[in-house]
Structures are given as structure tokens and as C-alpha cells.
Design a protein around this ligand. Structure first.
Ligand SMILES: *Cc1c(COP(=O)(O)O)cnc(C)c1O
Length: 385
């Protein structure tokens, strides 16, 4: 093995400054210990039992109902789920949600990936891609030949959030206009959204829903369901595991087409119930408001840290990116934090900036974000000349 040389200074952060929970990763992210304890309690009768029987189906049903409640879904909307996480949902959408041509807003690593999937699909026209500088977001433009507008609620790689709204002047899907499909993998549950503004709002359990990865969820408007059925009727070839008609039919029965991870479903149901029992979206998004207010106020007042995202309204309330002064090496700060049990504050590697990225999903205690800021101050004070 090549010897690994580390120059991480040996700095112990005083215990009274440390957060109660040191997990600030942007995905997988903090899972609440209470949910894990509930899973352990239910383990003997739930884990290792059939997903086609009532025990599991009732948890899936409760999760689907809980999501409807959390997002105040209008009548006719459906909660669909399937295996494979958001990345597989992109592929499924490429088969079963885009009719011919999509428009993609590209403002970071994740938002660019769905555009690539659509561009590579031989049965689709080349998509329109509207890009903007990292740290900003583009705006969708209504077009007659676009049948799906692909938006991203929160670009996890850069810490930019954008409001979810149909493009200005766009014809509604009911009148033949394009669908609005939103990648809300990191935004859902932590950012407010109006369901009238989307047709497919999709996400995975490992971010605001404080569970593990591997599943996708999609909140589908009647227009999106009609689109799925219409594409199936054209007999376009679709692999069964990517078929949204099959996924939707199974979802309505509180099942998945093939076997899902039962622990993941349990932890997510527990998190959604925790949101709803405490006030729903105002509670969950409110925690993100509080955490992000603390983080950005600290960075604004710091003489070595600055929020990366310039426009205040674009600064994500779920994933904060904080640039460091050249005199402070953010990677060293992240390494010292890690050695003290505060993990996953490293920046998104492909962004390549001297910054920390801090998840503030609803499971993260706002007080722990305040503690984290104090710990960063302590570490910088200890390493700065
Ligand atoms: C994490 C993330 C993804 C990828 O999700 P997977 O479930 O790993 O496929 C996609 N989009 C956004 C915005 C994300 O934050």
C-alpha cells in the first residue's frame, strides 16, 4: 500500500461545543435514532415478512397517505413508488413520461443527469437544455414543442434552491401543454411546494425523509397519470422494471413491482408520520428555515466564511454551501470535524471549491447547526496562524 500521509492537525473540540448528533451529510443523511428504535421494536413481526401481506402493505399505505397529507395533494393525485432511487426514476421517465421532447434546467451535477438520460434516449427528440452558472438557477421557458419541463427543487451539488412554478405563459397540461416534472430528491419535505404547480414531484428516502436509499417516490397529477397511460397505449417498448404503468398499478395496491427494502419503507413512514404529527410541512420546512437562518447568519458575520450562493433567495434551506477564505483550507477543517465525530461536511467533489457543504434536512436539529458553527469557529481559531 502507498503510505497515506496526513497533515490533519490533532485538535480536540471541547465536548460542550459539540452537536448532539454529528451527521450533516447531504445523502445518505441523518436517520433519527427514534425511528431506528421503532424499527428495532417492530423488527420481529415486520422485517423478513412478505411485502404482499397486510403487515407491510399497511405501512406502505400509511406512507402513501402520509405523503398525500404532508403535501396537501389535491383529489386525483397519486403517490407512486418503485425500486431504484431517483436515478432509476429518470430512466423510467425517459421511457414513460416524456412523449417526444423535454426541456431541462441545468445548474449542477444532479440536474444535468436527467438531461443526459433524455438526450441519450433514441426514441426521443434532442432535449432543450437551459443552463446557468453554478451557484445560480435558470428559469424555464414555455415552448409549444416541449411536452415535459424538467425542474430541480434543490440542486444538492451547489446548494441552490428554486421556486417551483409552471413556466410563465405555459399552456396547462389539461389543455395540451407540457408536464412539469420536478426532481425534489433533496428538497421534498424540507421546502414548501404548491402541488398545482407540478405534475410529477419525485424524490428518494435518503435525504429529508431520513431513511435509506434505493426507492423512488413520485407524486403524480391526473395529467401525469394520463401521460403515462397514453404512452403505454402507443406500445413503446419499456423494460418492465422501468414501466410507470406497472409501477402505478402496484402502488395503488400499496405494493411495488418487485421486492422493496422493508426497513427503508419503515424508517420513511416513521419520518413522514413525525412530520404530520407535529404540524406537517410547516413543522418540517420550519426546522430547515431555522437551521439555514443560523448557518447563513453565521457565515455572513464570519471573517473567514461566506455563503457560496450570492442571491439570498436562491440559498438552499436544506443544503448550505459555505466558501472559505483562501487562508483556511476547508478540507482540513472538514477532516478535523470528522476526527471529532462531525461527519460529511466535505463539499461536493466535482464542484471543486474551498467550501463546506452542510445538510440541514428536517431530521437535523437546528440547535446542532448552531453547535456546528461554534465548532467550525473553534477549529479555525485553532489552525489559523
Ligand atoms: C441525491 C440526489 C439524486 C440521486 O438520488 P439517487 O436516489 O441516489 O438516485 C438526484 N437528484 C438530486 C437533486 C439529489 O439530491
Amino acid at each position: 500500500m502507498i503510505p497515506y500521509v496526513t497533515d490533519t492537525p490533532d485538535i480536540a473540540i471541547p465536548a460542550n461545543l459539540l452537536p448532539r448528533d454529528g451527521r450533516f451529510g447531504s445523502g445518505p443523511s441523518k436517520v433519527r435514532p427514534e425511528a431506528v428504535a421503532a424499527l428495532a421494536d417492530a423488527a420481529n413481526t415486520y422485517l423478513g415478512t412478505s411485502h404482499r401481506q397486510k403487515t407491510v402493505k399497511s405501512v406502505v399505505g400509511s406512507l402513501r397517505e402520509g405523503l398525500s397529507q404532508l403535501f396537501s395533494l389535491p383529489d386525483g393525485y397519486e403517490v407512486a413508488l418503485g425500486n431504484g432511487g431517483t436515478t432509476c426514476f429518470w430512466d423510467a421517465a425517459t421511457f414513460g413520461l416524456i412523449e417526444r421532447k423535454s426541456q431541462h434546467l441545468n445548474f449542477g451535477e444532479f440536474s444535468s443527469k436527467f438531461a443526459t438520460a433524455a438526450a441519450d434516449a433514441p426514441h426521443l427528440d434532442q432535449p432543450e437544455v437551459i443552463a446557468s452558472e453554478v451557484g445560480t438557477h435558470p428559469v424555464p421557458v414555455a415552448r409549444e414543442d416541449v411536452d415535459l419541463y424538467a425542474l430541480t427543487h434543490n440542486e444538492t451539488s451547489t446548494g441552490v434552491m428554486m421556486p417551483i412554478a409552471r413556466p410563465d405563459g405555459a399552456v396547462l397540461p389539461a389543455d395540451g401543454g407540457g408536464l412539469v416534472a420536478v426532481d425534489a430528491t433533496s428538497g421534498a419535505g424540507g421546502l414548501r411546494v404548491d402541488p398545482e404547480q407540478f405534475d410529477a414531484y419525485y424524490f428518494a428516502p435518503q435525504k429529508s425523509f431520513a431513511s435509506d436509499g434505493g426507492l423512488w417516490f413520485a407524486l403524480l397529477s391526473p395529467a401525469a397519470q394520463d401521460r403515462i397511460a397514453a404512452i403505454t397505449a402507443t406500445r413503446r417498448w419499456v423494460p418492465a422494471s422501468m414501466d410507470l404503468t406497472i409501477a402505478l398499478d402496484n402502488s395503488k395496491l400499496n405494493q411495488t413491482y418487485n421486492t422493496p427494502a422493508l426497513a427503508t419503507i419503515f424508517l420513511m413512514e416513521n419520518q413522514v408520520a413525525w412530520f404530520n404529527d407535529n404540524g406537517g410541512m410547516e413543522f418540517s420546512a420550519g426546522r430547515c428555515d431555522a437551521s439555514s437562518e443560523t448557518l447563513y447568519t453565521w457565515a455572513d458575520n464570519s471573517d473567514f466564511a461566506t455563503p457560496f450562493v450570492t442571491r439570498v433567495q436562491d440559498r438552499s434551506r436544506v443544503v448550505g454551501t459555505i466558501d472559505f477564505d483562501d487562508s483556511i483550507d476547508a478540507a482540513t477543517v472538514a477532516a478535523i470535524l470528522r476526527a471529532n465525530g462531525i461527519v460529511d461536511t466535505e463539499p461536493y467533489r466535482k464542484l471543486g471549491r474551498n467550501q463546506l457543504r452542510i445538510a440541514m434536512f428536517p431530521a437535523v436539529d437546528p440547535e446542532d447547526v448552531a453547535s456546528l458553527c461554534a465548532c467550525i469557529n473553534y477549529v479555525v481559531g485553532a489552525i489559523a496562524p
